[in-house]
Design a protein around this ligand. Structure first.
Ligand SMILES: [Zn+2]
Length: 87
């Protein structure tokens, strides 16, 4: 689990009014990663989801669970909507 740093307020994209909070976490490499998308890639290549959880390397996605990368992305999207509903 990446280290949580803070929340940042950012304007919504796509013409939606208001702002949303974006979680900022610190990667193992020391870089800050803004988790504003379903998947967020650090400069070092590590991927994080919208809730700041580090994702397994893309090359191993699905090997243990049988999920495809698209399954993982869809479940991320559901999570993001749940988060946004609460805000
Ligand atoms: Zn990194």
């Amino acid at each position: 689990m990446a280290e949580f740093i803070r929340y940042e307020e950012v304007s919504r994209s796509g013409g939606r009014a208001g702002k949303r909070r974006v979680k900022v976490v610190r990667c193992d490499c020391g870089e800050e990663v803004w988790c504003e998308s379903f998947t967020n890639t650090c400069e070092c290549g590590a991927d994080f989801n919208a809730s700041g959880s580090k994702l397994a390397d893309r090359s191993v996605w699905g090997e243990e669970t049988g999920e495809s990368a698209s399954d993982v992305l869809v479940s991320d999207e559901r999570l993001l909507h749940l988060l946004e509903d609460g805000w």
